[in-house]
Design a protein around this ligand. Structure first.
Ligand code: DLL
Length: 448
């Protein structure tokens, strides 16, 4: 069934709503033609204005004139995160500073942050894709959106903020943290949708229960959750416990921030706003382009960004492009939920492990809560992995035998999913540190 636009659209009229969401439904030949003409302009712009890109093209004897079809994108060089570090802070900008009206930065784990820039027009595109995100998640004018993504250099806060305003909704710019106040506001202001990371939503859910304000009793009906990997099992848990619909949204600073992709009412894969961000999947080892349907690294090219064009940016996020059309009627392609990054992987005794596999294994077992942390250590030259997982108060008050049984079931579930026996430590509720933004799942204490 096709989604219906609500009676009232963006601030004011139903028409505006349709206009903003229209690119989601373009006939494919029209979409591809639009992408090609935008790609050609983008490559011309970057070639003329970004020395690093020009040098790399010259090394491959490619010029903008070689881009005659969308497939020709494969002739262009990749951009990687280190390129942003190496040209820190402004080396990849394609607009003079006079035209740059906003900077954001993303810290990453090591060293200098990466800096990203926006012109006025870029901010317009950003609001547009966020309006399309909210609309895909069923929000519209009249919704009261609590924006608990962090405001500041992180793109989550301001990205969602201006999108929510442009949608015509009422936005509460509360930012992250101060959980008790979040819950008070949610209740008193009649909040209908919340924007935050899935791990922070879990924390809100628990705290609300403790305060005697179960979220299921509030008007809250949607969570616009993203910025970190989470599993389908985690979504089930969140939806069941809170009574909301939890939507997965995706984005990254280098490309624009949130607003690169979003689930729709089908909750089955994330639509990429591909009239602005062109997706490819590559084999992370060889760099070879893979066909739709195959799993690999997501590579994105901005098609309209002025201040900082990103050509074939290697996201390190692992996913695949879904080949079937979506039941919602959108023609823009979908990707599978991003469960892992290629650089999230760690190796224990020769076995490759991703944190999301641990989440999947834990959530299969009743009595375990979705709060967990992985600690890696090295003893006598041998890698050790311990998973601390919170258990329900019922389990804690159970007999020693009951605890042992749960411990065994968790160990077995982990062994089944990971192919490796690891140590499980059951801990009391609230022992594992809560995050206000992106959760830190792995603590690596191994040296060297
Ligand atoms: O996290 C932008 C954002 C803000 C997205 C709010 C969604 C909501 P960065 O801090 O640059 O930007 O981090 C980008 O976070 O490459 C992914 O690895 C991860 N990520 C973002 N969304 C998802 C998601 C923002 N829905 C990096 N699922 C990306 C899995 C996600 N990983």
């Amino acid at each position: 069934m096709l989604e219906q636009a609500p009676e009232t659209g963006t601030r004011g009229t139903r028409d505006t709503f349709h206009v903003v969401s229209a690119p989601d439904y373009l006939p494919l030949p029209q979409l591809r033609a639009l992408q090609l003409s935008r790609l050609q302009s983008m490559v011309t712009r970057a070639y003329a204005r970004v020395p690093l890109f020009r040098e790399r093209c010259e090394a491959r004897t490619v010029t903008p004139a070689h881009v005659q079809s969308l497939q020709d994108i494969e002739r262009l060089p990749f951009t990687v995160k280190n390129d942003l570090r190496d040209t820190y802070p402004f080396g990849l900008f394609a607009s003079p500073m006079d035209d740059v009206v906003r900077l954001h930065a993303s810290s990453g784990t090591t060293g200098k942050p990466i800096v990203v820039a926006y012109t006025e027009a870029d901010l317009g595109v950003w609001s547009e894709v966020m309006v399309r995100t909210f609309a895909a998640c069923g929000l519209h004018q009249g919704d009261v959106i609590q924006n608990a993504y962090g405001y500041g250099l992180f793109t989550g806060g301001l990205g969602a903020h201006y999108g929510a305003e442009a949608l015509g909704a009422t936005v509460i710019p509360i930012s992250g943290g101060n959980t008790d106040r979040q819950i008070m506001v949610m209740k008193d202001f009649g909040v209908t949708a919340i924007c935050c990371t899935p791990s922070y939503f879990l924390h809100l859910l628990d705290r609300a229960e403790e305060l005697g304000v179960p979220l299921a009793d509030l008007p809250l009906r949607a969570g616009i959750l993203g910025a970190e990997p989470w599993t389908g099992a985690m979504r089930e848990h969140i939806q069941q416990e809170s009574g909301i619909l939890a939507y997965d949204i995706y984005g990254l600073s280098e490309i624009i921030g949130p607003g690169v992709g979003s689930e729709c009412s089908a909750q089955n894969g994330l639509h990429i706003f591909e009239d602005h961000f062109y997706p490819e999947i590559i084999d992370p080892d060889t760099g070879e382009t893979l066909p739709d349907g195959a799993e690999g690294e997501l590579v994105l090219t901005t098609l309209s960004k002025q201040a900082m064009p990103m050509i074939r940016y290697r996201t390190r996020d692992i996913t695949s492009i879904i080949t079937e059309p979506c039941e919602c009627g959108r023609t823009i392609r979908r990707i599978e939920r991003i469960s892992r990054r290629s650089d999230d992987m760690f190796i224990i005794r020769g076995v490759n492990i991703f944190p999301s596999q641990v989440e999947t294994a834990l959530l299969r077992v009743e009595g375990a809560l979705p709060h967990y942390q992985i600690e890696l250590t090295r003893k006598h030259g041998l890698d050790q992995m311990e998973v601390a997982v919170e258990v329900t108060p019922e389990v804690l008050s159970d007999t020693v035998r009951g605890m042992e049984e749960l411990h065994n079931r968790l160990t077995e579930s982990l062994e089944h999913v990971l192919g490796l026996r690891v140590t499980v430590r059951l801990v009391e509720p609230h022992t594992i540190q809560r995050s206000e933004g992106k959760a830190r799942r792995v603590i690596d204490k191994r040296e060297g």
